[in-house]
Design a binder for this molecule. Sequence first.
Ligand code: AKG
Ligand code: MN
Length: 209
Amino acid sequence: MSDQISLFPEENKTNYQQINLPHSDIKFYPQFLDSVTSDNIFEKLKQEINWQQEYIKIYGKENPVPRLTAWYGDRGYSYTYSGITMNPESWTETLLLIKHKIETIANVKFNSVLLNFYRDGNDGVAWHSDDEKELGKNPVIGSVSFGGKRRFSFKSRDKTESQKYDLNLGNGDFLLMKGETQSYWYHQIPKTKKTVFPRINLTFRVIYP
Ligand SMILES: O=C(O)CCC(=O)C(=O)O
Ligand SMILES: [Mn+2]
């Protein structure tokens, strides 16, 4: 185990690892949901979510986003992301179940979730921070992963720093990012030439109108 990780049992006995990067509050809860539950949730989400292929314009050319996406949440909270404005679909039972489970740990009420479906290693998400203005200062981001394991990397936003940190997010893992994390760190899911299973990730968010 790397010296950047320490183990703490929380009040409710859910074990987590604090990822000790400067100017961050990142907690990793491996296998937060058990594997049978997580397998079932993966299949459900794959079927029931209204997955979309979005396009982003780069130098005037429309490019497909390298993953399928969807946006669910409370009515009235739209979200603009890479120039795409998404209006939320209504919560499904499955999403509400996960939302309630992580809210007790995160101590916030999430009002929306961005869903990503990585079909294979050609899908990923480029370096970015979840720092859109609708998320306010020091956003709380609750990330739950299902299906195939993928690498998730952090790198410092400060170009004079070279600090990087990698972790693997697998079936049922929960990652909670809070505090200054988004102001100081970028994150990504790199594309990979390795054979990987399809993966679904949900990032629960609090949007301010
Ligand atoms: O798939 C992931 O684990 C991260 C997704 C992400 O960073 C995002 O959608 O903002
Ligand atoms: Mn993100």
